[in-house]
Design a protein around this ligand. Structure first.
Ligand SMILES: Cc1cc2nc3c(=O)[nH]c(=O)nc-3n(C[C@H](O)[C@H](O)[C@H](O)COP(=O)(O)O)c2cc1C
Length: 416
């Protein structure tokens, strides 16, 4: 699909809708028929992203109930496009009427106006985090296919809020712990400190940023399309399309500049199954833009959301400086809600690359069969030549043994 609102090559989708319109929706294409779809799992991921979950997310009350309009029949895909609609229910556009003329600092109103000359300012319009519900729906299907067919597991969590960082190793990440606290931190102690920091910012009418990390376990090696669709490049692109994301890292990322090559390289060994593994995973599971079979580890920097109740002076569309503060309901820290969105984007990239890799694998196995047929053809020609030679040899031997017979036979043959 050649549109800036579309994503993916083989497993592709297009989203539509704004924060305060009647509906938002997604159309997914490229999915094979007869794949079982767990609609409850789609809803579970949407519930993890939806607003109003806790004291650290916006109280906007949206049930984010997914309606599957097409492409699924009797719980299985039909191979036709899947359309999912989500109704917007708790819009309070009045909350935004005062800011229609104001250039909202940190949000997209001014840049959208510069580009399109028109902007649906209510709730941030198309630039709102609301659009990400659709990626979560498309990603939930991708996650199911990756898990069922390829044993791939994708786990996201809040690694850091402000200066509070969880030091739990990626090997010890536990989904149950993550989902048991409202910030989605990998350990309870950090979770409590992160929550306290968010409440502190909230009490000041302010907001706070953080780092969301995603680890992929069981990713097959060989995914990624050098040069311009390297796996890490596509992951960076996918994750940077999420509003408020300001940085991307894979593996050691920016930390690798502090290491020497001897510390940062990941030496190889052969495991008990005969597979080449690396002793360390500083590369974060990707080398040369191709997955190497180790855990993929990516990280994104999420800025403090712009909508804060703390007043600030900013310009309006006439160039006058005015007092501005955001009324309405907003997230003081969006990391806990970005976690399922980041997981979804990683799943969407991986499934697309699995399907691209299938194409290469299929064409290379076709090529292998063609080569085998060519070898067989040559062997058959050689055998045929050998057979002809043996026949000629036999004829000569028969002529030498019975010189008259041949004349007689020849004579008979000729009279027939
Ligand atoms: C799930 C989610 C929720 C968000 N909630 C808010 C919010 O309540 N207030 C806000 O100012 N920005 C919020 N954002 C971020 C804005 O969408 C984003 O900052 C804006 O589009 C400007 O884009 P940029 O920050 O990427 O440059 C949210 C983003 C996501 C992904």
């Amino acid at each position: 699909m050649n549109s800036a609102n579309a994503f993916g090559t083989m497993y592709s989708f297009i989203t539509f809708g704004e924060s305060h319109g009647p509906y938002i929706g997604v159309v997914i294409d490229g999915i094979k028929p007869n794949i079982p779809i767990d609609t409850e799992a789609i809803q579970r991921d949407l519930d993890r992203r939806k607003p109003g979950q806790s004291s650290v997310t916006t109280p906007r009350n949206e049930p984010d109930q997914a309606q599957i309009i097409s492409g699924v029949y009797n719980g299985k895909t039909t191979g036709t496009p899947i359309c999912i609609l989500i109704k917007n229910q708790d819009q309070r556009s009045k909350d935004y009427s005062d800011i229609a003329e104001i250039l909202r600092p940190g949000h997209a109103s001014h840049t959208y106006l510069q580009k399109y000359g028109v902007f649906d300012y209510r709730g941030g319009g198309r630039a709102s985090g609301r659009e990400t519900a659709l990626r979560v729906a498309a990603g939930a299907i991708a996650k199911q296919i990756l898990q069922q067919q390829h044993g791939v597991k994708i786990i996201g969590y809040t690694r850091q809020v402000g200066s509070v960082r969880s030091e739990v190793s990626t090997d010890a990440i536990d989904s149950e712990v993550i989902e048991s606290n409202i910030v989605r931190a990998p350990d309870q102690e950090s979770a409590e400190k992160m929550i306290a920091l968010i409440h502190e910012a909230q009490a000041d009418g302010d907001s706070v940023g953080g780092i969301v990390e995603v680890v992929v376990k069981g990713c097959p090696p060989g995914l990624g399309e050098p040069i311009y669709h390297k796996l890490d490049a596509d992951l960076a692109h996918a994750l940077m399309t999420i509003g408020a994301v300001k940085g991307f890292e894979v593996g050691n990322g920016f930390g690798s500049v502090l290491l020497r090559g001897s510390q940062n390289n990941d030496p190889y060994y052969k495991d008990e199954h005969g597979r080449f593994r690396t002793l360390t995973n500083n590369a974060g599971g990707i080398l040369g833009g191709i997955s190497n079979g180790e855990d993929i580890i990516v990280r994104i920097a999420v800025k403090p959301p712009s909508s804060i109740t703390k007043p600030v002076k900013t310009a309006n569309r006439n160039g006058e400086m005015v007092d501005f503060k955001v009324e309405g309901r907003h997230d003081p820290c969006i990391c806990p809600r970005v976690v399922p969105v980041a997981e979804a984007m990683v799943a969407l990239v991986l499934l697309d690359h699995v399907m691209l890799q299938d194409r290469i694998a299929t064409s290379s196995s076709e090529e292998r069969i063609r080569q085998k047929l060519a070898v067989l053809d040559t062997e058959m020609q050689l055998l045929q030549m050998q057979r002809t030679l043996y026949e000629q040899e036999l004829t000569v031997m028969q002529q030498q043994a019975h010189p008259c017979n041949d004349t007689v036979l020849h004579g008979i043959r000729q009279t027939e």
